[in-house]
Design a binder for this molecule. Structure first.
Ligand code: SF4
Length: 279
């Protein structure tokens, strides 16, 4: 993982839980605006309303200083529902080590009976394993692993923890009886679309009794606009890629290993964009 300087800005918010259109999630909770993991394909920047953060993705992270207090009021008056932690930031990016907002929100939500579905690329989630273990019936944790090759991850997810650390986190969570899932996405032709990668990740899902979600790379405007040779290569590779053939292979490999496998966004059709899901 390459370390980089991130500017931290404290902000105040009037809302903690926002309605979410993502499958199986009622509310989105994002304790931070922006994400220091700086994945080159990150869609979240397109859904982040804060222009300053969106245009300087990975360089500025805003901390919702009062989110726990606001959430405390909301859990008393809002209908209980599943909370996605988080949808347009990584709740366990490095700044969480200093502010613990994800932990505090998690504790509060679980104490009040709100189920929480966590998605992260970081083994920092293990710091909250004490809380997670107390509420195994109310939580699930998804770890995104796009490849098990550190060299590929360091190109496409330069500041996120290595895939081996993420795999270890998945194992540890599962060993503590926490319901886990592995998110294999985005699939990027020429980077992680090979069958060997898929077989290794499905084997990891099997070992940890995790469900396996997959999703293809979705092309976004910024990918054409950025002066980034890797993105140019990605865009070249994606032309004419036979997605359906790959998806059939994924399903076949999962079936052979007895792993439950699902497309991450099952009802997205050609006419319905991912945008309608994200809050
Ligand atoms: S971890 Fe998620 S939110 Fe953060 S940069 Fe990567 S894709 Fe975006």
């Amino acid at each position: 993982m390459v370390l980089t300087m991130v500017r931290v800005v404290r902000i105040y918010v009037s809302e903690a839980l926002s309605r979410s259109g993502l499958p199986d999630i009622d509310y989105a909770l994002n304790p931070y605006v922006g994400c220091a993991h700086s994945c080159i394909y990150c869609y979240a920047r397109e859904y982040t309303r804060d222009k300053e953060v969106a245009e300087n993705w990975g360089k500025i992270v805003k901390v919702k200083e009062n989110i726990v207090k606001v959430l405390g009021k909301e859990v008393r008056r809002k209908r209980r529902g599943i909370v996605g932690l988080s949808t347009i930031t990584d709740p366990y990016q490095p700044i969480e080590r200093d502010f613990h907002l994800s932990r505090k929100c998690l504790e509060l939500l679980l104490k009040c009976g709100f189920p929480v579905s966590i998605q992260t690329k970081s083994d920092l989630v293990l710091k909250d394993i004490d809380v997670l273990s107390r509420y195994v019936d109310l939580v699930d944790v998804g770890i995104t692993i796009t490849t098990l090759e550190d060299s590929i991850s360091s190109i496409i997810e330069p500041h996120a923890p290595s895939p081996s650390r993420r795999a270890t986190a998945l194992r540890e969570l599962a060993d503590h009886g926490i319901q886990t899932w592995l998110f294999f996405g985005p699939i990027i032709p020429g980077f992680n679309s090979d069958l060997e990668t898929i077989r290794e990740l499905v084997a990891l899902a099997k070992d940890t009794n995790s469900e396996f979600y997959y999703d293809k790379l979705r092309i976004k405007r910024f990918m054409y606009e950025e002066d980034n040779e890797i993105l140019r290569e990605v865009l070249r590779n994606i032309r004419g890629f036979k997605w359906n053939e790959l998806f059939e292979k994924i399903k076949e490999i999962c079936k052979r290993h007895g792993v439950i496998c699902k497309p991450a966004f099952p009802s997205i059709t050609k006419n319905q964009k991912l945008d309608s899901y994200l809050s």
